[in-house]
Design a protein around this ligand. Structure first.
Ligand code: NAD
Ligand code: TDX
Length: 339
């Protein structure tokens, strides 16, 4: 298969490119990535000169470029997005531009090129926030509550509309929180791991009792690949780790694994509109595709911590560059609550 991976220089995209090339020796993979602050060509450096891999720097909103690339592939897997909730609270415009408008440019190109297969990578955050009980499934109503999740919900609707209106062969997957190698150190796990490697405290939002469901990134990549090859057009697939933890529990595990105590937790003011809990019932995906989350949390966390330990230059370059201003703005101004 010839596959165009948008956002392939970001966290999950990078892992997905490596997964495809390893798992499918016949596949040809092209990446389209704008290399925003979150995209990093260094991630794909070892693929330079690889016979089955090509990289194109560009924006998903660049119609001409997108139409040219889509015309040369059998399928598009769409990861490219502004992906960080806190940034969407500071400034939502880029989220609408890339996540909503950019997705429509890709859909238009898929139609114009004779109905190229399109897989849209989305998030469980489109379903909103859960109380103590229950879980999202494919039939959960949309209730996005942050500018990020609203923009992803908008994209999901456009993708589904392309199927219903034009018969474009699409699939959608909504996944819970991913973790693993190459994740940008603004997201909670890589931020906390790298802070501890720098002997810095970890900023825990609010009461620390918000719940997330954690999936090791390679399990997500395997799932997307299964949808790409076996998914039914027009269908939605949910991926989750069946691994709910409060942020405090997760933090305590990381502290313990890295040899630190609770004194390294720095409680900070909560995220505005902070979704309380996400959970996924992925029974349909498991039955339809035979997919299951395979990596136990402790195994995935240990691999992730080991990766950040052995790739210090990778994240130190990021943390000492433009990201520092964002970090200062994000945490420098936050009120620190008493312990
Ligand atoms: P990321 O921020 O690490 O990577 C995003 C990539 O998209 C970057 O390489 C960036 O340069 C690129 N990009 C951004 N705007 C672009 C544009 N206009 N044109 C071309 N490229 C552009 O994000 P991620 O965590 O890897 O997430 C990838 C996808 O998976 C996103 O769509 C996200 O919504 C979804 N998702 C992520 C998670 C998670 O836990 N990280 C969970 C569920 C779904
Ligand atoms: O410094 C922090 N302290 C903290 O307590 C950060 C960055 C986060 N948190 C909390 C907020 C969340 O409850 O940790 C939890 C996870 O936060 P993020 O890593 O920012 O992820 P989240 O907001 O849950 O969204 C992620 O999962 C779904 C991705 O960023 C999205 O792209 C994906 O769709």
């Amino acid at each position: 298969m010839r596959i165009l991976v948008t956002g392939g220089a970001g966290f999950i995209g990078t892992n997905f490119v490596y997964y495809l090339l390893r798992r499918h020796p016949e596949d040809q993979v092209a990446v389209l990535d704008a290399l925003t602050y979150a995209g990093n060509l260094e991630n794909l450096k070892v693929l330079e000169g690889h016979a089955r891999f090509k990289f194109f720097k560009g924006d998903v909103n660049d119609r001409e470029l997108v139409h040219g690339l889509v015309g040369q592939v059998d399928a598009v897997v769409h990861f490219a997005a502004e992906s960080h909730v806190d940034r969407s609270i500071q400034n939502a415009a880029d989220f609408v531009k890339t996540n909503v408008l950019g997705t429509q440019v890709l859909l238009d190109a898929c139609r114009a090129s004779g109905n190229v297969r399109f897989h849209h990578v989305s998030t469980d955050e489109v379903f909103g926030s859960l109380g103590a009980h229950g879980a999202f499934d494919e039939n959960s109503p949309y209730d996005p509550r942050s500018p990020y999740s609203a923009s992803k919900a908008g994209a999901d609707h456009l993708v589904r509309a392309a199927w219903h209106t034009h018969g474009l062969p699409i699939t959608i997957s909504n996944c819970s929180n991913n973790y693993g190698p190459y994740q940008f150190p603004e997201k909670v796990l890589p931020l906390f791991i790298t802070n501890l490697l720098e002997n810095k405290k970890v900023p825990l939002y609010g009461d620390g009792l918000n719940v997330r469901d954690w999936l090791y990134v390679e399990d997500h990549c395997r799932g997307i690949d299964a949808v790409l090859r076996e998914g039914i057009y027009g269908e939605t697939y949910l991926f989750g780790g069946r691994c709910e933890r409060t942020n405090l529990e997760l933090t305590e595990i990381v502290l313990f694994e890295m040899g630190f105590g609770r004194d390294m937790i720095q409680p900070v003011m909560d995220r505005p509109g902070h979704d309380r809990r996400y959970a996924i019932d992925c029974t349909k995906t498991e039955q339809a595709l035979g997919w299951h989350p395979e990596t136990p949390l402790m195994e995935g966390l240990r691999k992730t911590i080991a990766w950040y330990k052995t790739n210090q230059e990778w994240w130190q370059r990021i943390k000492s560059g433009a990201y520092r201003d964002y970090y200062e703005k994000q945490y420098g101004g936050r009120e620190i609550k008493s312990q």
